[in-house]
Design a protein around this ligand. Structure first.
Ligand SMILES: C[S@@+](CC[C@H](N)C(=O)[O-])C[C@H]1O[C@@H](n2cnc3c(N)ncnc32)[C@H](O)[C@@H]1O
Length: 262
């Protein structure tokens, strides 16, 4: 135990999903845990930048009176199994060290993260870095409402039903697999579409799927925009918080029987 720990127990780490934007989509558990933690470690994309997760959390739990650590994670692609960008590794290490400093003092640290912590969140890179040097730290992951759930809900549409197979694809990666996934699966969520939207519209048009897609930008946040005709998004500088949901089948109920029709 470190000598500057007044409590004699190490702090606990909480990775807390805060939902995609609408603060009412935070869970009671997220609110309770954020309310109890004296230290928040919040992710930002650039030094001194705004943290969307903090902005959402603060609408339910005041940040005043807490230590708020701003952890900068540059927006770089991570290819699992390949060497990680050096700048990113340095940022993760620096962030982990800041969090460990507080855990060693016996302080609980909460890391609010957009949507759900288990879906494409930096939270797990941070956790891996912390566990490398403090494997004994107690960790709790608090699930949150995902952006894709909010995007589907706003259209009163399911993501998947019956024997549907759903794929979730980070579309920022140019990848031959996407065409195959779109051709074979029933429903596809494309995340991180903002820089590739024109190419994606071309692909979906070519495959006859453009009319099965809905694009949502900044769901639940100021400036929310829903493109029920994705062609209208062509040429637009979309926000990073943009998600496309493609469903090939529509639900129909006829004579008391629910069916999925193409
Ligand atoms: C790093 S991932 C985070 C995903 C998040 N953990 C989740 O559970 O939804 C960022 C991507 O999530 C999607 N996203 C996050 N917030 C969104 C929002 N408010 N509206 C639409 N898409 C959003 C976008 O596809 C964005 O590129």
């Amino acid at each position: 135990m470190k000598s500057d720990n007044p409590t004699s127990r190490p702090g606990r780490l909480f990775l807390v999903g805060v939902g995609p934007g609408d603060p009412e989509l935070m869970t009671y558990k997220a609110v309770r845990i954020l309310g109890a933690a004296k230290v928040w470690a919040v992710p930002t994309a650039r030094e001194n930048g705004v943290s969307s997760a903090l902005t959402i959390a603060e609408q339910m739990v005041p940040a005043n009176g807490r230590t708020v650590l701003s952890l900068c994670f540059p927006m770089k692609k991570v290819f699992l199994g390949q060497e990680t960008d050096g700048q990113l590794l340095t940022a993760w290490r620096r962030s982990a060290d800041e969090v460990i400093h507080h855990l060693d003092r016996g302080e609980d640290v909460a890391f609010p993260t957009l949507g759900d912590a288990t879906l494409y969140s930096t939270a797990f890179y941070l956790l891996a870095m912390i566990q490398e040097v403090r494997p004994e730290v107690e960790v709790t992951v608090v699930p949150g409402i995902t952006a894709m759930a909010a995007c589907a809900a706003s259209q009163s549409s399911p993501l998947a039903l019956g024997d549907d197979v759903l794929a979730v694809v980070p579309a920022a990666f140019e990848d031959d697999r996407l065409r195959n996934i779109l051709a074979t699966l029933d429903a596809v969520v494309l995340m991180k579409v903002h820089r590739r939207v024109d190419a994606l519209i071309d692909l979906l048009e070519e495959m006859g799927l453009a009319d099965s897609a809905v694009l949502t930008e900044r769901s639940g946040l100021p400036g929310e925009q829903v493109y029920t005709d994705i062609r209208e998004a062509r040429g637009r500088a979309l926000h990073y918080f943009s998600t496309m949901v493609i469903r090939k089948k529509k639900v129909q109920v006829r004579n008391g029987t629910a069916t999925l029709a193409a």
